[in-house]
Design a protein around this ligand. Structure first.
Ligand SMILES: *[C@@H]1O[C@H](CO)[C@@H](O)[C@H](O)[C@H]1NC(C)=O
Ligand SMILES: *[C@@H]1O[C@H](CO)[C@@H](O)[C@H](O)[C@H]1NC(C)=O
Ligand SMILES: *[C@@H]1O[C@H](CO)[C@@H](O)[C@H](O)[C@H]1NC(C)=O
Ligand SMILES: *[C@@H]1O[C@H](CO)[C@@H](O)[C@H](O)[C@H]1NC(C)=O
Ligand SMILES: *[C@@H]1O[C@H](CO)[C@@H](O)[C@H](O)[C@H]1NC(C)=O
Length: 428
């Protein structure tokens, strides 16, 4: 039976970037260097970062590259706070086996948006992170090793009369820093918004590493990338998305994430009241596990010149930052007075009072807008702020994470294998 339904699901901001600092109306930066040759200066920042900008950056790089660019490696070497937490990322011979194991990881504990999900009969409500950048549906459960549970909701398969164990199947996701989640597999009824799948593989976490267990905000992941990224062995399992598609009126889901407040995901239809103008589509690469597109151009600032150079990117609700090629990073921060690379965090930072220009990704004449204020990722110290746009150097694609997605209405169109973008009213 076909059904259109709204999974109008609460989406919440996690703690790390809950209170970005608004920039003041200081006069426009007058920097005018050429984008292609501009090289960011280095800033001496004596305070070590109290907020988690570097870990958002490090996690994105480990998720998709399995190793870090030199700027981050250097920051871990010289910054004691980062060194304590991330020294295992420093190049070492023994780390080789873990570095290659990050092909299809789930997101990290500080990814932002969770949705209420009902598992089993009668339904048990839990809160899972909807991640378009991974392919496993996994949850904290009554199987999870109890000392690693810190307030997460636990799905209890024994309390569901529609659950059954998939004998002989297991799963394991391992990260470059030794973080991991692993366990066994059930099938059960799963409901997200109004959408039901009777036989969803629910991957039960038996072991989770401390970095995952410390996040009580999320009790697991709904991976919405392609099934070929699923980690269940010996038989990879279908994603929730693949299972639910046949029952949808239109084979789409949409994201309407918001800055600092609940947004929504809708499945099976496009709600025309949630965006302005037209939706502009880009074909998704058929050969990728991800929602992977080729973006025809970009522009920095409302009055900037549109650059028609293609950059390829995945669209990932499970990544916090907007990671783009260095040439675009340079073109952007050339326009931000005082911006530069901070050796202690390995990230681009800028004086918080500097004006941030809007960033646009372009599709022909269409300009997808990310307001400048969304590119302030919060304070490094009282003077400097982290840039929400950072380099994708070392990762084989750019990553359109939540910094961009919060400013857009996005259509994940499985039927036509494409991703659509529209602007929408945004709170700046
Ligand atoms: C399963 O649980 C539901 C809800 O509690 C109940 O209505 C149903 O009768 C149960 N089915 C079986 C086979 O026990
Ligand atoms: C469409 O979105 C608007 C605004 O978010 C909401 O009020 C309305 O209920 C939605 N309509 C449907 C059919 O979901
Ligand atoms: C996947 O397809 C894109 C074009 O859609 C192409 O540029 C890329 O090289 C392909 N990658 C592989 C691994 O085949
Ligand atoms: C863009 O140009 C217009 C007209 O010259 C000007 O009024 C406006 O302030 C400019 N905006 C920015 C962000 O520079
Ligand atoms: C890029 O394309 C747009 C139209 O799609 C055009 O207006 C603009 O001038 C082009 N930019 C350059 C630098 O050629």
């Amino acid at each position: 039976m076909k059904s259109a339904f709204a999974a109008v699901v609460a989406a919440h901001l996690a703690g790390v970037n809950a209170a970005p600092i608004e920039t003041s109306d200081a006069s426009e930066s007058s920097a005018t260097s050429s984008a292609s040759t501009f090289s960011l200066g280095q800033i001496q920042n004596d305070a070590f970062a109290p907020i988690d900008g570097p870990s958002a950056m490090i996690r994105a790089h480990m998720k998709y590259a399995g190793k870090l660019p030199d700027s981050l490696t250097n920051a871990i070497e010289i910054n004691p706070t980062l060194n304590e937490r991330f020294h295992m990322f420093l190049p070492q011979e023994e780390d080789k086996q873990t570095g290659s194991a990050v092909a299809y990881p789930a997101p990290w504990y500080d990814t932002e948006y969770v949705v209420p999900v009902k598992i089993g009969t009668p339904p048990q409500v839990t809160y899972l992170n909807l991640d378009t950048g991974s392919s496993d549906f996994w949850a904290f459960t009554t199987d999870t090793y109890q000392p690693t549970v810190f307030g997460q909701v636990l799905y209890d398969p024994e309390a569901s009369n529609t659950s059954h164990r998939l004998n002989g199947q297991s799963w394991s996701i391992r990260y470059g820093d030794g973080a991991y989640a692993a366990g066994i597999v059930y099938k059960d009824r799963v409901r997200v918004g109004g959408a039901s799948v009777d036989d969803q593989a629910v991957q039960s976490a038996i072991q989770v590493s401390s970095s995952i267990s410390q996040d009580s905000f999320s009790s697991g992941i709904i991976g919405m990338a392609r099934t070929n990224g699923n980690t269940v062995r010996p038989d990879p399992q279908k994603t929730f998305l693949e299972n639910v598609l046949p029952s949808l009126e239109d084979r789409v889901f949409t994201s309407n994430l918001q800055k600092g407040r609940p947004g929504n995901y809708d499945f099976g239809y496009i709600n025309k009241t949630q965006y302005t103008g037209d939706i502009h589509y880009l074909d998704a690469r058929k050969n990728s596990t991800f929602w992977h597109i080729d973006v025809p151009g970009y522009q920095v600032g409302k009055n900037g010149t549109q650059q028609n150079t293609t950059w390829n990117s995945i669209v990932d609700t499970g990544t916090t930052l907007l990671l783009v090629p260095s040439s675009i990073v340079n073109a952007y921060y050339t326009q931000v007075s005082g911006a530069g690379w901070d050796m202690f965090t390995g990230m681009i930072i800028f004086p918080c009072e500097s004006d941030l220009p809007d960033f646009y990704f372009t599709i022909g004449p269409h300009k997808g807008r990310v307001p400048g204020s969304y590119i302030n990722y919060g304070n490094v110290d009282p003077t400097y702020c982290f840039g929400g746009i950072q380099s994708s150097e070392g990762i084989p694609f750019a990553v359109m994470g939540d910094v961009l997605l919060k400013a857009q209405f996005v259509v994940f169109d499985s039927g036509e294998n494409r991703v659509g973008f529209a602007n929408k009213p945004v709170v700046e």
